[in-house]
Design a protein around this ligand. Sequence first.
Ligand SMILES: NC(=O)c1ccc[n+]([C@@H]2O[C@H](COP(=O)([O-])OP(=O)(O)OC[C@H]3O[C@@H](n4cnc5c(N)ncnc54)[C@H](O)[C@@H]3O)[C@@H](O)[C@H]2O)c1
Length: 254
Amino acid sequence: MGRVAAKACVVTGAGSGIGRAIAQRLALEGGKVVCVDINPTAVAETVAGIQAAGGIAAAVTADVSNSVAVDGFIRQCVELYDRIDILVNNAGVNLPGIFHEVSNDEIDRTLNINVKGYMYGSRAAIPHMLRQQAGSIVNISSVNGLVAEPFLSVYAASKGAIVMLTKGIALDYAKQGIRCNCICPGWVDTPINYAHAEMMGGLDKIYAEIDRFQPIGRPGEPSEIANLALFLASDEASFLTGSIIAADGGMTAQ
Ligand SMILES: NC(=O)c1ccc[n+]([C@@H]2O[C@H](COP(=O)([O-])OP(=O)(O)OC[C@H]3O[C@@H](n4cnc5c(N)ncnc54)[C@H](O)[C@@H]3O)[C@@H](O)[C@H]2O)c1
């Protein structure tokens, strides 16, 4: 038996990086996973990989900043698997820039995807979780929800909002079997960082000097975030709600 055996899961941003690793890990541990991404090819690849390994998964192409689409994929999970036990809000963008030059479009996209997308997902899932009197929501924030960095003001604001959204949802449903927790990853090796890395002198330079900001001295792997997401999603974390956990190679210990 897996650690989330037979649980119905939704993972957003499952076409790449951390979301793909979480979807794979939940499926490996017996979860039935609705994989959501705005990129149809990428999410189809994730699902094909899970199915090839003997897991259960379905691909959905959707934009998490569209509340109608979000209602649709949560409903699809309930139609496919009769319930929704686990929601991982993970889809995100990082559009770096010095603050006074940030465009309206960049502000809107960042907040619509990184903040409203998480609100829409949770709002759609919670009525089903209330009916079940059980459910686990895992929000992927960032160390930038806890500490700022140059060129990331809007991203950091969006990730800080997720820290408080997590606490608020945790309090609203603490007595009804619904837990909501948050992971704040440090620098993990995925494409979301490439634009920011370019502004900071390039990925090679960042990785050569990484122990200056990430004491463990290397980037994280998506699978290392997935390990924690699996734990928080599972019943093993039954006493955790409203917890904000950094998985950051020591970055915020400094
Ligand atoms: N990689 C890191 O260092 C790091 C650190 C801290 C937090 N995070 C957070 O982890 C999460 C996952 O990021 P990642 O590193 O795996 O990046 P990634 O770029 O590899 O993956 C992000 C995925 O989200 C999808 N996506 C983007 N906009 C979407 C939308 N509107 N609707 C649906 N899907 C959409 C993309 O297509 C992509 O597949 C993000 O919320 C990010 O902010 C990442």
